[in-house]
Design a protein around this ligand. Structure first.
Ligand SMILES: *[C@@H]1O[C@H](CO)[C@@H](O)[C@H](O)[C@H]1NC(C)=O
Ligand SMILES: *[C@@H]1O[C@H](CO)[C@@H](O)[C@H](O)[C@H]1NC(C)=O
Ligand SMILES: *[C@@H]1O[C@H](CO)[C@@H](O)[C@H](O)[C@H]1NC(C)=O
Ligand SMILES: *[C@@H]1O[C@H](CO)[C@@H](O)[C@H](O)[C@H]1NC(C)=O
Ligand SMILES: *[C@@H]1O[C@H](CO)[C@@H](O)[C@H](O)[C@H]1NC(C)=O
Ligand SMILES: *[C@@H]1O[C@H](CO)[C@@H](O)[C@H](O)[C@H]1NC(C)=O
Ligand SMILES: *[C@@H]1O[C@H](CO)[C@@H](O)[C@H](O)[C@H]1NC(C)=O
Ligand SMILES: [Ca+2]
Length: 768
């Protein structure tokens, strides 16, 4: 860039900074707010935005906009409005709906809408506060939204996150589409099916959604500095943007129940209020849709930094100085493996609705706060004072963990929790597992492109014999459908349950005690689940799964739950076994039971027999830990890489699991890091000859002058000195089990005598 252009650029920037005063003009019908970057016109009669324009661009963004509740049954109805603040830096307008126009409709709630324009910000802040007074009748509010109907001929690029984006079909194409089932799905003449739920958003990390204009290089976005107010909180999913013929619908769901989050029910006499927002209605431009999207995301990051906004002055809004924070270290212990490696956890603070409604996806009364991608230490900032329950879960670890003691957050204070310890559920060693515990069904067939209409219709065709999953042979990415869903062929044209899904597995040895099938459920609708072992002894049905609509609304992560099914281990036999998952539609979203079913998150069969040679679980399946400031980047000498992740160094060199951090070993029932340099320095004689040392075996295949040779990974390896069993005989190594160091016999079969060490079977040496 040459100097003149550069100076020109600075000049323009300065001009736009100095000219960024907020200008309010009003006439008998409208308020007009402008700051040189954006101009918004708001109708006095409705409180709705009637016009949005960017800078000096004459393009009108809107056909119309409105604020409504309960799916359009109730509209915001202005009873008064006024200018709250009018300075060069900020103008705020308030509209009230005092419920007088809704008496007798079951919507006994006051609404208050505020629009705020600040200098230098190319958009308008929006908030909506609801209140229920002590003399109000019972009220119900399932849905609350701001709907912007943009001109679809201009705003035809939909984007709700980095991955969900597309050019929308034109109004003419949409008008010619054929309604399918569910009825919101529509097939265009091209054959493509569009379904508004395919563009839903997950609240957990949501930042921006809206539309861009490909032809005019403009963008219209909702930018979220926080979604602490959303019902269902961190686990919620909701609609965001969709088609609408002549209009492109950009919708802000302040409350919604599309994916099972709870309706607000305000009892007669209850005193309550809640502010939703503010959020920023952001207008921008760019060289193409990617540039426009990137700019909106930069704005979102900047808005997050400013949260809680210091310009909000309202009795229902808690300013930054009056908020508190909660910090601690998340520790999850497994009864067999000790502290588990936390690679990607979410920690949330929620306020359960009551002792009888503990399911947090249903919460709506108050704010919830969360942090995600936690690897151990966490700090949740800007928490509204109050008492909370802490709930946490981590990718790679089965279970949802919550505190039984309430956590009190005080104004201006940090609540330091220290170590927040939980025990991971497990009755004993793992016989098998299917999937990754991560509250989704993404790892299964079609899970990687779940937000697409009609995938459930493929099941009957793709699995004509239902699911038969063979542990050790099948691959869940292909052989396990993302949902166990009802299929055509029931009586009277209804759908019916599919054949039970079967998981086939082999065991060498029948464990003692019980077995427990731990079923983590990612989503479900109107389905009861039961389990049987080897085709018999079917459990009673679990019938309390909540309908989260994920199957029919193309989600992959609904209301999570974990169910346990216990059986006597004696139902198993040596050799082949199977467990079956039986589903049955109960109730049903539609009377013909279509779209009913279950999405599994993860399934694990455990045995209470602690001596059973179970499958070791990896320290953490799932994503790599993101860099954290709490990590000590310079471990002191004499330590190893795993210490910064909270795990000791291994004494030995046996690799049990490898991930991007390094090689993990299991020692004293705890994961430990293997120091490669240390292990390779205990080199063996074979390296001098260009061969590796044997790592996991001690079986001598051949001996020559230099030493004993084994075979590993189809290559010769030198038997290291650590394989010092010359004097000992041990039958079990050929069966894949190590020799015992001690001589305590636990069990004897035709192969020999077995002991247990490190939670694994081992062969008793003949020298015992
Ligand atoms: C404020 O807006 C009005 C009408 O939109 C315009 O006439 C006026 O010049 C503006 N004032 C400033 C200071 O920009
Ligand atoms: C607003 O309405 C009043 C009475 O309806 C009228 O007297 C006045 O001239 C109007 N003002 C403008 C700016 O239109
Ligand atoms: C008020 O201003 C708006 C926006 O400029 C305009 O559309 C409307 O006609 C005006 N109303 C009156 C009564 O002047
Ligand atoms: C808008 O203003 C800029 C200068 O600030 C000018 O270069 C541009 O041509 C104007 N655009 C329109 C559509 O008037
Ligand atoms: C909305 O905008 C489209 C152009 O995108 C136009 O054809 C249509 O008539 C508008 N509808 C309304 C209600 O103004
Ligand atoms: C399992 O079912 C069989 C019959 O199918 C029955 O004989 C047996 O007692 C059952 N076992 C248990 C532990 O319930
Ligand atoms: C250790 O014992 C096993 C089982 O008897 C045998 O196969 C193996 O070769 C022995 N290893 C060494 C290094 O002697
Ligand atoms: Ca999963």
């Amino acid at each position: 860039m040459n100097a003149i252009k550069y100076l020109l650029l600075i000049g323009i920037t300065l001009i736009s900074i100095v000219s960024a005063k907020v200008n309010l003009t009003e006439n008998n019908t409208s308020y007009i707010l402008s700051n040189g970057l954006a101009t918004f016109t708001i109708a006095k009669s409705s409180g709705f935005i009637t016009s949005m324009k960017y800078k000096n661009n004459s393009q009108e963004f809107l056909n119309r906009s409105y604020i409504d509740a309960n799916g359009g049954k109730v509209y915001f109805s202005v009873t008064s409005s006024s200018v709250v603040i009018r300075t060069d830096d900020l103008v705020e307008i308030v509209f009230y709906d005092d419920y007088s126009k809704h008496v007798g409709t079951g919507f006994a709630i006051d609404w208050e809408v505020r629009y705020t324009m600040r200098s230098g910000v190319s958009g308008l802040y929006f908030s909506l506060t609801q209140a229920h007074k002590s003399n109000y009748e019972e009220a119900q509010c399932s849905e609350l939204r701001l709907v912007m109907r943009l001109k679809s001929d201009v705003f035809n690029w939909l984007q709700v996150d980095d991955f969900t984006k597309r050019v929308m079909p034109t109004a003419a194409q949409q008008n010619k589409c054929t309604t399918l089932s569910p009825q919101e799905a529509c097939q265009l003449e091209t054959g493509e099916v569009i379904h508004k739920y395919d563009w839903s958003i997950d609240v957990l990390e949501h930042k921006v959604h809206g539309f861009a204009s490909i032809s005019k290089n403009l963008g219209s976005w909702f930018v979220m500095p926080s979604m602490e107010w959303k019902n269902g909180g961190a686990v919620n999913r909701d609609l965001a943007c969709h088609q609408g013929g002549a209009d492109s619908l950009q919708i802000l769901y302040l409350r919604g129940s599309h994916y099972g989050a709870g309706d607000a029910i305000l009892k007669r006499g209850e005193v309550w209020s809640k502010m939703h927002g503010p959020i920023l209605i952001y207008l921008n431009e760019g060289s193409d849709v990617n540039a426009i999207w990137d700019d909106a995301n930069r704005q979102a990051d900047a808005e997050k930094q400013l949260w809680p906004y210091d310009f909000v002055n309202h009795q229902s809004y808690v300013p930054k100085a009056k908020r508190g924070s909660v910090s601690g270290k998340l520790v999850i212990k497994d009864p067999l493996y000790g502290s588990l490696k936390i690679s990607d956890a979410t920690v949330t603070l929620v306020q359960p609705e009551s002792s009888t409604e503990p399911i947090h996806p249903q919460q709506w009364h108050k704010m919830s706060h969360w942090v995600t991608h936690v690897t151990g230490d966490f700090k949740i900032e800007n928490v509204v004072p109050g008492t909370y329950q802490l709930r946490a879960w981590s990718k790679g670890i089965v279970g949802e963990f919550y505190t039984t003691n309430t956590i009190t957050v005080t104004s201006g204070q940090e609540t330091k929790l220290g170590e927040v310890k939980f025990n991971a559920p497990r009755i004993g060693p793992t016989i098998f597992e299917v999937g990754v515990p991560d509250r989704t069904a993404e790892e299964y067939l079609h899970g990687d492109h779940f937000n697409q209409w009609g995938l459930y219709n493929k099941f009957a065709e793709e699995f004509p014999n239902s699911v038969n999953f063979y542990i050790g042979k099948s691959d869940w990415q292909f052989d396990w459908n993302y949902c166990q869903v009802s299929i055509p062929g029931g009586a009277n044209g209804n759908y019916k349950a599919c054949e039970p899904w079967k998981i086939h597995f082999n065991i060498n040895k029948v464990p003692s005690g019980n077995i427990l099938l731990r079923v983590s459920i990612a989503a479900s609708s109107s389905t009861a689940l039961s389990v049987s072992v080897n085709g018999r002894n079917q459990s009673s049905e679990v019938k309390d799964l909540i309908d989260d609509a994920c199957i029919r609304r193309d989600g992959i992560r609904g209301i999570w739950s974990m169910k346990e099914f216990t059986f006597p281990a004696s139902l198993l036999k040596q050799g082949e076994n199977y467990v079956s998952l039986h589903t049955r539609a109960i109730g049903g979203y539609l009377t013909y039971y279509r779209f009913d079913g279950i999405m599994y998150d993860h399934i694990r069969l455990e045995t209470s027999d602690s001596s059973y040679p179970g499958v070791a679980i990896p320290p953490a399946a799932g994503s790599d830990p993101s860099p954290s400031t709490t990590v000590n980047p310079n471990p002191t000498s004499g330590s190893c890489w795993s210490q910064r992740l909270g795990f000791p160094c291994c004494n030995g060199c046996d690799v049990a699991y490898t991930d991007s951090d390094g090689d993990w070993g299991l020692e004293n029932n705890n994961w430990c890091g293997i120091d490669k340099s240390k292990c390779s320095s205990s080199s063996c004689w074979a390296e001098a000859q260009g061969y590796q040392c044997c790592k996991n075996i001690c079986d001598v295949v051949y001996t020559d002058d230099s030493g004993s040779w084994g075979l590993e990974n189809n290559d010769w390896c030198g038997i290291p000195n650590t394989c010092n069993n010359n004097s000992d005989q041990c039958f079990s190594q050929s069966l894949g089990f190590p020799c015992c160091n001690n001589c305590n016999v636990v069990y004897t079969d035709e192969s020999g005598s077995w002991g247990v060490e490190n939670n694994d079977w081992c062969g008793i040496k003949s020298s015992c």
